[in-house]
Write a protein of this length. Structure first.
Length: 175
């Protein structure tokens, strides 16, 4: 019926506006809500604060070593944002556990598999572009070696740990 009368399909009213220059209270409230929600999403995806990069192999058990380094960094650099390479076990899982226990914001950078075999190396470049203030790189594969080289070339202070630096699992069980 509306199309016959106006020549356009019916659309719902935009609200009870007296003129185009003013908005109703509900429109202002809705706009404020949408802005706040977008700001919250932006903060989750790109938080503000000094970034600390953590990466390492999946065969890692000495969480005390990593937690000590991370505690030291957080004491020197408050409001730290932790950026990990997103693995579910090993160094990244330990660092994520630390971040959850200390209520530190953590971002996981997973490789984009659309890029094939070079995906982890492209992820490393993304981590370096974040301009981290410090990094922890633990022995793992060539991907960690590449990340350490890129971070060193960017002049980022690093803590490099080898698998042999860990406490043996037997000593961890005794403690």
């Amino acid at each position: 019926m509306n199309r016959v009368e106006t020549g356009r399909p019916f659309t719902a009213a935009r609200g009870s506006q007296v003129s185009k220059n003013t908005a109703t209270a509900s429109q202002v409230q809705a706009r404020d809500f949408l802005v706040a929600r977008q700001r919250q999403r932006d903060e989750q995806l790109a938080p503000t604060g000094p970034v600390v990069v953590v990466s390492g192999g999946q065969v890692w058990h000495d969480h005390a070593m990593l937690w000590e380094i991370l505690d030291d960094i957080e004491a020197r650099i408050p409001e730290t944002v932790l950026a990990t390479t997103g693995m579910r076990k090993g160094v990244d899982a330990i660092a994520t556990g630390w971040a959850q226990s200390r209520k530190v914001h953590a971002i996981h950078f997973l490789p984009n598999r659309q890029h094939g075999n070079c995906a982890p190396f492209m992820r490393n470049e993304t981590l370096v572009k974040l301009r981290p203030v410090e990094a922890i790189v633990c022995e793992g594969s060539g991907i960690q070696s590449n990340l350490a080289q890129d971070l060193r070339a960017a002049g980022v202070p690093m803590h490099i740990r080898r698998i042999a630096d860990q406490i043996s699992p037997e000593r961890i069980k005794q403690a």
